[in-house]
Design a binder for this molecule. Sequence first.
Ligand code: KG4
Ligand code: ZN
Length: 358
Amino acid sequence: MALILGIETSCDETAAAVVRDGYEVLSSSVASQIAKHAAHGGVVPELAAREHLTALTPVLDGALSEANVTLGDIDAIAVTQGPGLIPALLVGLSFAKGLALGHGIPYVGVNHFIGHIYGAFLDEANSALADPASYPLLALVVSGGHTSLMLIDSRGKATALGGTIDDAAGEALDKGAKLLGLGYPGGPVMQRTAEGGDPHRFEFPRPLTGGAGKPLAPENRWNFSFSGIKTALLYHVKHHAGEDGALPAELLKDTVASYQEAVVDVLTRKTLAAAKEFGAKTIVVAGGVACNSVLRERFEALTPSGVRLRLAARKYCTDNAAMIGGLGFHYWKKGNFSSPDIDSYARLPQITQVPFLD
Ligand code: KG4
Ligand code: ZN
């Protein structure tokens, strides 16, 4: 039995969680800074760092007391090392190092991206991860920072099939919402605004799907591109704008529904094509955008029988520390801990092996 304390500060959520044996989430405490960043229309890294600094101690205390444990009961600390915003990551990493050093607890820096995939398997005693029939497993991680497809085999060998060549899908929703004056973060507000709208009234581009008479270059087969959708929205608004420069209210719902549809259509189509191509037995959809109801329903409707679909629970889609603490268990099991001098990293490194299967 092992209790792992997870700590997450890669973006605008300060989170701590206590996870038993890699799956049982005893507590998951998240303090969102959304209100602080909303005034700026997006995340300001320095502001995020300062907010993490003040939020970390109460969030940690909350997670420990909710789990009814003390630091003395913790077997290891897992902390997000990257990718993410460096100033934000540094606060969590330094905090974790201090806790580890001060209390004599081993600690390990873990990868946030793999954490998102792992989050789809929390709360489950007999994890589907341990079942050889789950592989090959295809994961779509779709968030404000990532839109990537990763193929994982039963021994944990990982192949990054592709990712976004410009904006992430969440970023496209956030920037689209900003352009329409809907506020931040864009994903949830776009989803709400789109409700009841006609998703087929306007045709937004579906980049890198091989449509519109443009053949798809082989190197982009599993890549994504979302900046063109955002530019198309800009022209759409210019074209339909009233005298005040804004979109008439009558068009807003259908515009947002059509925009969201373009994002959902690209994500599902490319993921399902990759699943077919590589004979995936499981499709995992994780990351903040995986909260989106239209995306979830589309995957549910289109995933072929014979392929298991795992949509991460909504509470584990957006940034949280339970996914970090759960993943940390697998390092604890092998005694793989980090040295005190590790540094945070901003970009996704090349991943060839996931740590929860080898
Ligand atoms: O995973 P996450 O919390 O942070 C990153 O690692 O980036 O994802 C945040 C992203 C934001 O872009 C936000 O707009 C999007 O997830 N998001 C959504 C929804 N809820 C959050 N996108 C679409 N629909 C939602 N319901
Ligand atoms: Zn994330």
